[in-house]
Design a protein around this ligand. Structure first.
Ligand code: DGL
Length: 275
């Protein structure tokens, strides 16, 4: 029965599309149900409790579709809620921080790795812990870049303003002697070009999307739950905010039209805008 069920993917907004795209590429038979909480993005400046609450609310929504797996395609939510959600669900729950750390360890030659992410992710220390767990002698330099997510949510990937903001956000990081930079926020691959320009050709940019898709593939294979059959899956997308913007960004990033349903959250404890 599991082989026909979908993989649920969630993020604060459009960032998780970077993971969804890689899942579509590596596992083209798998159906995806995606939730982007665009009404409440960014999650980065919020407290871990609030992010955990939002994540649980989204998971409760997605679980009604009986997915075979949940992917928290958001570093901030992974840092705040992965263990909590894993303990709650009887199906596998995958985050993006361990896959990102693994990808960096296999890419670095010097052992000097940079990490950029939201305030929530960087303050959690989750990347540092994951990297050190894999390789205790690794040197890690971390920095929060809070101005990048709003650019992506607005669909400004390659404007003059974006290049300025990226330049400013990375001015300190680019001075460091690192050979890999972990894009520790699933929104950042949208800005890969601008980030690459500031960091230069000698710094490899590591996105957790590829490695996360590989982990999904491995877990489903081990459980005998990989989708079979030749029908092309019809993915389903939900967003809580601007439907037109989400559709436009998804079309540009995925290269196809999506089936999108807007969701309005009921206002309740911490379920409102919260700022
Ligand atoms: N895409 C998210 C992450 O990976 C969240 C960014 C945000 O909402 O601040 O951290």
């Amino acid at each position: 029965m599991f082989v026909h069920q979908a993989i649920a993917i969630l993020d604060s907004g459009v960032g998780g599309l970077t993971v969804a795209k890689e899942v579509m590429r590596q596992l083209p038979r798998e159906k995806i149900i995606y939730f982007g909480d665009t009404a409440r993005a960014p999650y980065g400046p919020r407290t871990p409790e609030q992010v955990r609450f939002f994540t649980e609310q989204i998971v409760d929504f997605l679980i009604q579709f009986h997915p075979k797996m949940v992917v928290i395609a958001c570093n901030t939510a992974t840092a705040a809620a992965l263990d909590f959600i894993s303990d709650k669900l009887p199906i596998p729950v995958i985050g993006v921080i361990h896959p990102g750390a693994r990808a960096a360890i296999s890419a670095t030659k010097t052992g000097h790795v940079g990490v950029i992410g939201t305030v929530g992710t960087i303050q959690s220390g989750a990347y540092l812990a994951a990297l050190k767990e894999l390789s205790p002698y690794i040197e890690v330099i971390s920095e929060a870049c809070p101005d990048l997510v709003p650019l992506v949510e607005r669909g400004e990937f390659d404007t003059d303003h974006t290049r300025d903001v990226v330049q400013r956000s990375l001015s300190r990081m680019s001075q460091n002697d690192i050979d890999c930079l972990i894009l520790g926020c699933t929104h950042y691959p949208f800005l890969r070009k601008a980030i690459g320009k500031v960091m230069g050709p000698d710094v490899k940019l590591i996105s957790s999307a590829d490695e996360t898709a590989r982990e999904i593939s491995t877990v489903l294979y081990q459980k005998g739950q990989l989708a079979r059959g030749m029908e092309t899956p019809i993915h389903q997308f939900f967003c809580s905010g601007d439907e037109v913007k989400f559709r436009q960004i998804a079309r540009e990033w995925l290269g196809e039209e999506i089936h999108l349903t807007p969701i309005v959250w009921h206002v309740g404890r911490m379920a409102d805008d919260g700022r």
